[in-house]
Design a protein around this ligand. Structure first.
Ligand SMILES: [Zn+2]
Length: 124
């Protein structure tokens, strides 16, 4: 999850660096209103915490893909080393192996979506 505001002049997105999970925490961290400089047009504006929008972040996607690959390889290695996999079971074995990253990915996506919608609820 990444947080950003839109520049009031050029509409470019400006990253808000914070680990806050919701706007209440963000307000405690930065203040209800805070100043940010736009890296594109160098203009400083005051933003309200409700201007901050949470989005899916590429970084956490890359991270979850890395975790998926590692877990899949570890499981594949473990199974091949410890069990004699019969040729007729290869298909099921591969199917099982593919389901591991699929499950991790769907868990991650659900959790991320929940966090984003929680953050995007407006603060009164
Ligand atoms: Zn700008």
């Amino acid at each position: 999850m990444k947080k950003e505001v839109r520049c009031k002049k050029c509409k470019q997105s400006i990253a808000v660096k914070s680990v806050a999970e919701d706007r209440v925490v963000l307000a405690r961290e930065l203040g209800k209103e805070f100043e940010l400089i736009c890296p594109a047009c160098q203009t400083v504006f005051t933003y309200h915490v409700n201007d901050v929008k949470a989005k899916k972040s590429i970084v956490s996607l890359v991270f979850v893909i890395a975790v998926m690959l590692i877990v899949t390889f570890v499981v594949a290695y473990f199974v091949f080393k410890n069990f004699k996999v019969d040729k007729i079971f290869y298909f099921y074995y591969l199917l099982g192996l593919i389901s591991i990253p699929a499950v991790i990915f769907s868990i991650h996506t659900k959790a991320e979506t929940r966090r984003i919608s929680r953050f995007n609820r407006y603060m009164k």
